[in-house]
Design a protein around this ligand. Structure first.
Ligand code: 4AD
Ligand code: MG
Length: 471
């Protein structure tokens, strides 16, 4: 029986397959002179060349094979005399699975010319077929896989935290509500008060913004855990690095202090990058040529250089000093004033990462009032054991902290932040049954894909992006 192989398998093992009969299936990328079909099946950026001969096939049949057509081919792998490839497939049987509507094709992004990424976004369902987007998708897959591999190899357990939740871990006002109430007939108790007893769960529920609090509970039994799932944020941020639905990885480790947390985050990021360098060379190479004109800026080189340096660690207070000194020395001007206590704006972060350090940095010990209630307060009573990792191009890629493990202190923080203690009784409870120092962080998965693939817009690294005004 003749066996089917992926194009990647055939091209990677071309010597083995020489003179063998094989089946390949895929979509036509081009068809020249009724002789050369370039076929892609998604397994790799590379195409296989299929040789068709008018002696074997009727011209009317071959006319139906146009760009985008899906075909099944049986043939023999032979040496290629062309310069572009080592082997080709001498075909003797072709079956068409699906033809392409010629009129629709004229308006589609499958037309063989360079379309802008904006244009590709208008046909999201078809952009998987483009070289650029298929590269990004393969890299996205390998990043996800490497993350699971890293944690599995290092004694972490994968925890599935809920998507529907009753509480907001990250501060009010940015959640999507989940309800089965009929919005045309809302059960009012009185003005402005809705009877949620009539809702599906008999209470108000939302899509989760983070799995951290539940992961903490798990880590206080299993030691080291991580989550990897979608989160939802209804912030009205229409930027090139914000999505309303994105993927986050949240490791949480019992007995970890902030330093352990920072070191883990750096090691983890470097592991992923190393893995991608080893597994995605073809795709990185293609993207480099797609994005940059000069070879110097190769994605591979950028990633490799990141492996050789240590991420700079600076406290928030030091970063404010650096920013002020740079203003003072006329090195830079900012729109927002630089004052201790403010949240760093993206212009400040960009300056520190891209201009001042020119490398990834970890900023730690932020003022407590700009960070979430669960972060451990320092002895100065002004700062918390927070850490953000900032990357070139994409800015904040990781946000994390050592958690407040002391019951009384946590209680006070929750009061100050107006956190509903009834809803989060269970979280407080974890501090009353053998509480321990523990830490964790959240990695923005799509931002990491953006950084590694070099894509400028986060909408171009996720299949069906959800952003404000676009579902
Ligand atoms: O800094 P954030 O809000 O941290 C948390 O949610 C914590 N619960 C994490 C933890 O300690 N377990 O989000 C973490 C990361 C950010 O650093 C950023 O990379 C990414 O998630 N992120 C977004 N990515 C895409 N679109 C958005 N709207 C994002 N908001 C945050
Ligand atoms: Mg953050």
């Amino acid at each position: 029986m003749i066996k089917k192989y992926s194009i990647q398998t055939l091209l990677d093992n071309y010597k083995f397959f020489l003179n063998k009969k094989v089946i390949v299936e895929g979509w036509v990328r081009s068809f020249r002179n009724y002789i050369f079909i370039s076929l892609n099946d998604g397994s790799t950026i590379r195409n296989i060349q299929i040789i068709v001969s008018l002696k074997k096939f009727k011209k009317n049949f071959l006319k139906e094979i146009t760009i985008g057509t899906s075909i099944h081919v049986i043939g023999i792998i032979t040496n290629s005399i062309g310069k572009e490839q080592f082997i080709e497939l001498e075909s003797y049987f072709i079956k068409i699975y699906g033809k392409v509507d010629n009129l629709l094709f004229q308006q589609s992004i499958l037309q063989p010319k360079k379309h802008s990424l904006e244009k590709l976004r208008t046909q999201r369902h078809l952009r998987f077929r483009t070289n650029v987007f298929s590269c990004v998708m393969r890299i996205r897959h390998h990043i996800a896989f490497s993350i699971h591999k890293y944690f599995n190899d290092n004694g972490f357990f994968y925890i599935h935290t809920p998507i529907i939740t009753t509480s907001n871990a990250e501060g009010a006002g940015n959640m999507f509500q989940v309800t089965t109430l009929d919005l045309k007939h809302i059960p009012w108790i009185k003005d402005n008060i809705i009877d949620y007893q009539k809702d599906f769960f008999k209470c108000q529920t939302y899509l989760g913004v983070s799995g951290q609090l539940e992961a903490e509970a798990a880590s206080l039994a299993l030691g080291k855990v991580y989550t990897f799932g979608p989160v939802f944020r209804a912030e009205n941020s229409n930027t090139s690095r914000h999505l309303s639905e994105f993927w986050m990885i949240e490791p949480e480790m019992a007995f970890y202090h902030l330093d352990d947390n920072m070191n883990l985050a750096e090691k983890f990021l470097k592991y992923i990058i190393q893995y991608i360098i080893e597994h995605c060379v073809d795709d990185l190479y293609f993207l480099t040529h797609y994005i940059y004109t000069n070879e110097e800026e190769s994605l591979l080189k950028q990633l490799e250089s990141l492996l050789t340096i240590n991420f700079e660690k600076i406290s928030y207070t030091e970063s404010i000093k650096i920013l002020n000194k740079s203003i003072h020395n006329n090195k830079v001007n900012f729109l927002h004033p630089v004052i201790w206590g403010m949240d760093l704006q993206s212009e400040h972060e960009q300056y520190l990462v891209n201009k001042y350090f020119k490398n990834p940095i970890i900023i730690f010990d932020y003022p407590y009032h700009i960070k979430a209630f669960y972060m451990r307060i320092n002895n100065d009573e002004k700062t918390v054991r927070a850490m953000d990792i900032l990357f070139p191009k994409v800015g904040e890629i990781i946000g994390g902290s050592q958690r407040e493990e002391r019951y009384d202190v946590l209680m006070t923080r929750m009061n100050k932040h107006n956190i509903n203690k009834k809803l989060l009784y269970w979280y407080l409870d974890t501090r009353r049954f053998g509480s321990v120092p523990h830490s964790g962080f959240g990695l923005g998965f799509d931002r990491l894909v953006q950084f590694i693939s070099g894509m400028q817009n986060i909408r171009d690294v996720i299949p069906f992006p959800k952003t404000p005004n676009h579902a």
